[in-house]
Design a protein around this ligand. Structure first.
Ligand code: PGA
Length: 248
């Protein structure tokens, strides 16, 4: 695992954006795995700025989003699809047909997950996967207990996750769906390269557990230790519990 620890969130985001821009520069047909959540908002706005300044084109990039709530569609302002449209898809030259998203309103949710897995396979896998991390160590919506072998599937959301995401539902956790579709841990680990962003002290314990704990499904992000090309991009707060870095 590699670490980029920055003095501010703004700097961390800049480093992440430079990394993505570099990857697309080398491979304009990059297959990019994307994440949502508060952590990602500025990341997307910076990517959009790069695109507007014509420093980057997404015209051949293909994207796969990590997750979606069951029962919500792009018409729901709380859906991840809506989040992506508003913060990124509508603002860059990405082609609609190159966007692969889990449909939380699909009649056959298991079939929808299979379709997603097949789409990942059909493009030859994800080149670069962007991740956030939950305070409980989840990646995507792979909650504690998720197997390293898990594929894209329907999952129950933990109370902790529903409470954390209440910020997108008018502060009311009761409104956060109880189920979601998520890319599996094994699907995520299948990516060639993974970049995980975490900002603020509230993520420091989760980052420490992911990096310094033993590998286990109780902290799904710790399963990333099994991957050979993972970069954590952190601000000082998120890195503050890392012994390894404190001693260097
Ligand atoms: P957040 O979510 O960016 O809103 O903290 C991250 C996550 O749950 O993966």
């Amino acid at each position: 695992m590699k670490f980029i620890v920055c003095s501010s969130k703004a700097e961390a985001i800049r480093r992440g954006v430079e990394l993505v821009v570099g990857e697309i520069g080398r491979n304009p047909e990059l297959v990019l795995g994307l994440a949502t959540g508060g952590t990602m908002i500025r990341f997307y706005s910076e990517l959009v700025s790069f695109s507007w300044e014509k420093k980057i084109s997404f015209s051949k990039v293909r994207t796969f989003n990590l997750d979606e709530y069951v029962g919500l569609s792009f018409r729901n302002k709380e859906s991840f699809r809506y989040f992506m449209e508003k913060n990124f898809f509508d603002k860059v030259d990405l082609k609609k047909e190159n966007i692969v998203f889990l449909n939380g309103e699909a009649k056959n949710l298991d079939g929808e997950c299979e379709r997603f897995e097949k789409s990942v396979k059909n493009v030859g896998g994800i080149n670069l996967q962007i991740l956030g991390i939950g305070k409980n160590g989840h990646i995507g919506f792979n909650e504690p207990g998720s197997s390293i072998k898990s594929k894209t599937r329907v999952v129950d959301l933990s109370l902790e996750t529903r409470k954390a995401n209440a910020k997108f539902f008018g502060g009311k956790f009761e409104k956060v769906p109880r189920e979601a579709l998520t890319m599996g841990v094994s699907t995520i680990l299948g990516a060639e390269k993974i970049v995980l962003f975490a900002f603020g002290k509230e993520k420091a314990d989760a980052v420490r557990d992911a990096v310094e704990d033993k590998i286990g499904c109780e902290v799904p992000a710790s399963l990333l230790q099994r991957h050979k090309n993972v970069i954590f991009i952190l601000d000082k707060g998120a890195a503050s519990e890392l012994k390894k870095l404190r001693n260097t």
